[in-house]
Design a protein around this ligand. Sequence first.
Ligand code: H2U
Ligand code: ZN
Length: 348
Amino acid sequence: MSNELFQHPHRRYNPLTGEWLLVSPHRTARPWQGQQERPAPEQRPTHDPSCYLCPGVTRANGAVNPDYSSTYVFTNDFAALYPNTPDNTYSHGLLQAQSEQGTCRVICFAPRHDLTLAEMEVGAIEHVVVCWTEQLRDLGGRADINYVEIFENRGAAMGASNPHPHGQIWANATVPTLVAQELHQQRMYWEQHGQPLLSDYLQTELAQQERLVVVNEDWVALVPFWAVWPFETLVLPRRQVQSLDQLRARERRTLAECLQALLIRYDNLFTTSFPYTMGWHNAPTDDGDYSYHTLHAHFYPPLLRSATVRKFMVGYEMLAQAQRDITAEAAAERLRSLPAEHWKTTQA
Ligand code: H2U
Ligand code: ZN
């Protein structure tokens, strides 16, 4: 990044959303007088009888979890969507509303209460990848479902209600707003250039080598040029595919390796169990042609400068546009330079 512009306040364009963000690299030296306390080291049992995601435990609605040994999926007892919502519309000038059908599921990633994806073996993470794929096929195959959002909210900082390793799936009849926005941008690019936006983007990143964090035979995790969150990453396949269900056996394995390598670096960054929201963007499951879409995962971690000091999207960001201080290049460099071994294994 020899261009001098990157040392001064500048705007960067996010081609996936069509939005701009403000980057203020000179502000990284500004004094911090906000919250900064040491997090209490977390000691969790391998099984917690009061955890509603642990094997054998009775959930809030009286259902008993089986004695599962790898992943376990159930319908969310407090689902945001129901399959049988009656069809209805409301239209009164500017006031528009429509009924929405769908379903929500919870995925336990492992029976062990004390683990996180970052601390799981590659083989166990691969089971999670297989589980995501099966869920996409199962829910995506339903006529009443056109989009399957697979995500994980990790850590209390991100509002996760339970530390047991788990993710969620919300699947519904309409394509959600943010996904539709990215699809629109990708389709426009395809129409102009005849290439998928994200596969062209990946070629640029592989050539520049400044924002790469993890690279293996089939996958790349990088800090996108337009990242908003300090250590935000994008996980991209090196082969153009639209959805998880198109992956080959080797790609599922190498994806597990890529995720593990990324998550260990995240945990090592502030010697913590790194909080984030992550999720997959697969193509919609309405049988349309989405050749222009590239499968990808977004990781949005809130931490900024320690295990407790996070970025808040407030003030200017809520009212004007997203802003960051540390550049995407500096964030990628920091993540890349961290050890590949989890801090907990080296501390023992
Ligand atoms: P989060 O920790 O990411 O919020 O996810 C936990 C989900 O588990 C949450 O959506 C559901 C909540 O509705 N849940 C059940 O389905 N059954 C329970 O017994 C408790 C929580
Ligand atoms: Zn548990």
